[in-house]
Each structure stands twice: as structure tokens, then as C-alpha cells.
Design a binder for this molecule. Structure first.
Ligand code: ADP
Ligand code: MG
Length: 140
């Protein structure tokens, strides 16, 4: 399972662009890490790498819950931080999104494991010294 290290926001965006090219169609990707770990930053890179937007167009879905990018849409970016109960998450209609064939990026999805599909990709981001991040990619 590959582990990458980045030393800046820009490097994390560049890594996301590279990783995006290897995701199979319809992949569900959990972005896992604490507040400020870089989940949304990595999502910017992935969404850019998929050709669905440029980094400046990607904002955190913390309050809006679900953002869509590209035609189709090509990619969904979801943030479940604000939701506390599986019942609330179930009401979002995630199963339709998972079946859509779009790439689905989810922050805080690991809090609701029973609602997350397999197979999926899990990316863990861990802060290191200063701006360093260790980023581990695994298929589940
Ligand atoms: P999260 O979505 O995990 O809460 P964000 O991506 O919104 O985190 O924020 C990450 C913050 O950390 C940003 O302010 C970003 O500029 C900063 N940062 C510093 N170094 C890095 C790095 N190597 N990778 C990603 N973000 C970094
Ligand atoms: Mg975020």
C-alpha cells in the first residue's frame, strides 16, 4: 500500500492530480484525517486531475454536504462532518451517488462505516513536522 509524503499544500494538490488518474470509474474514495489534515486540499487535486474543475473552484462541502463537479457530474465531493446520525446520512441518497459511475470523494465517511460501500479506496492523511503530510492509499 503506497505511502506518499508532501511538504506543502501545492504538493498535496499535485499528488491528488496524479492519484486521480489511477482511480477506476465510479470509485468511492474516503479521505481520512483530522481537521486541517489536508483532506479538502487533496480533493482539490483529485477533482483537478479528473478535469472536472480547477483548484480555485473547489470549496469545502462542510456546510453544503455535497458538491458536484463536471458534466454528469464527473465527481462528487461530500463532507459528513456536520452529521451525527446514520439516519441523517441515509437521507442524503448516497446509494444513488455510489451507483452513478462518478468518482465519489468523502470526508468523515469513516464515521459511518455501515453506509460506506466496498470496494473502496481509503486515503489517510497524517500531519508531520510543520507542513509535512504522510498520505497512505489503500484499497479496501
Ligand atoms: P481538512 O479538509 O482535512 O480539514 P484542509 O485541506 O481544508 O483540511 O486544510 C489543510 C490546511 O493545511 C490548509 O490550510 C493547507 O494550506 C495547510 N497545509 C499545510 N501543509 C499542507 C500539506 N502538505 N498538504 C495539505 N495541506 C497543507
Ligand atoms: Mg475538509
Amino acid at each position: 500500500m503506497p505511502v506518499y509524503r508532501t511538504a506543502s499544500e501545492e504538493q498535496t494538490i499535485a499528488l491528488g492530480e496524479r492519484l486521480a488518474r489511477e482511480f477506476p470509474a465510479g470509485a468511492v474514495v474516503l479521505l481520512i484525517g483530522g481537521l486541517g489534515a489536508g483532506k479538502t486540499t487533496l480533493a482539490k487535486g483529485i477533482i483537478t486531475g479528473l478535469g472536472a474543475a480547477v483548484p480555485e473552484e473547489v470549496s469545502s462541502p462542510t456546510f453544503t454536504l455535497i458538491h458536484e463537479y463536471g458534466e454528469g457530474p464527473l465527481v462528487y465531493h461530500i463532507d459528513l462532518y456536520r452529521l451525527d446520525e446514520a439516519r441523517e446520512v441515509a437521507s442524503l441518497g448516497l446509494d444513488d451517488i455510489f451507483e452513478s459511475g462518478a468518482i465519489v470523494l468523502i470526508e468523515w465517511g469513516e464515521r459511518f462505516p455501515a453506509l460506506m460501500p466496498t470496494p473502496r479506496i481509503e486515503i489517510r492523511l497524517r500531519p508531520g513536522e510543520e507542513d509535512e503530510r504522510e498520505i497512505e492509499v489503500r484499497s479496501v
